[in-house]
Design a protein around this ligand. Sequence first.
Ligand SMILES: Cc1cc2nc3c(=O)[nH]c(=O)nc-3n(C[C@H](O)[C@H](O)[C@H](O)COP(=O)(O)OP(=O)(O)OC[C@H]3O[C@@H](n4cnc5c(N)ncnc54)[C@H](O)[C@@H]3O)c2cc1C
Length: 198
Amino acid sequence: MNRRPQRGHPHLTGRQRILSLDAESDHHRCVIRILGGGICFATATVPAGTPSTGLPELRQRFAAWHDPIPSLLTAADPDAVLHNDIYELPALKSYVKGRIALLGDTAHAMTPNLGQGACQALEDAAVPARVAAQDGDLTRYDAERRPRTQMIAARSNGIGRVAQLGSPLAVRLRDTALRLIPSAAQFKALAPVMDWQG
Ligand SMILES: Cc1cc2nc3c(=O)[nH]c(=O)nc-3n(C[C@H](O)[C@H](O)[C@H](O)COP(=O)(O)OP(=O)(O)OC[C@H]3O[C@@H](n4cnc5c(N)ncnc54)[C@H](O)[C@@H]3O)c2cc1C
């Protein structure tokens, strides 16, 4: 769990301030980031298409979690809850056709396990301007962006598979392995994702 100090709790009206709170347990994840407006998202590992009752289900699933998750759910507006399954795009053969280039999720919608979907959309957006200033050949955009974004999408998918392991033995092995890997090595493994220079 990553948790920083919070202000404005429990009702978070007016100048709302929370900050950052990530928690994971037993195939559920809850992420809260609120600054002024506010958005929280929660995930549960269930088959796509599983019906949901919206806020009542969230309150029930997260009832036993630590403060402030249950109290925020108590205060939430049922009409403000959006429920979606998470899908990813299969790896496309090209992001470019003629003078049309796909950017962001249209090109590489990925699972959110690495927190990279919007980051990659921003990186995408920087490249066509550079290409336009050179010779306008959009295949350069495809050659530069497709391998990188598909590598990151594949990594994100892999992390999701490991994070969603169901067998207690596999979970114990995973958790032990993660504890044993030094954080420096974990950061190093992320370097290809984080070190884009544009
Ligand atoms: C739970 C979750 C957590 C995430 N966390 C992170 C994170 O921590 N970090 C990160 O980098 N990414 C994260 N992402 C991914 C990120 O939200 C997306 O990758 C990003 O929003 C993609 O940006 P986009 O502009 O390509 O598409 P979108 O954000 O989907 O924008 C497309 C826009 O086009 C509009 N639109 C669609 N059709 C039409 C039309 N016909 N006419 C006009 N407008 C239209 C849509 O309404 C939408 O506003 C997360 C995603 C999820 C689901």
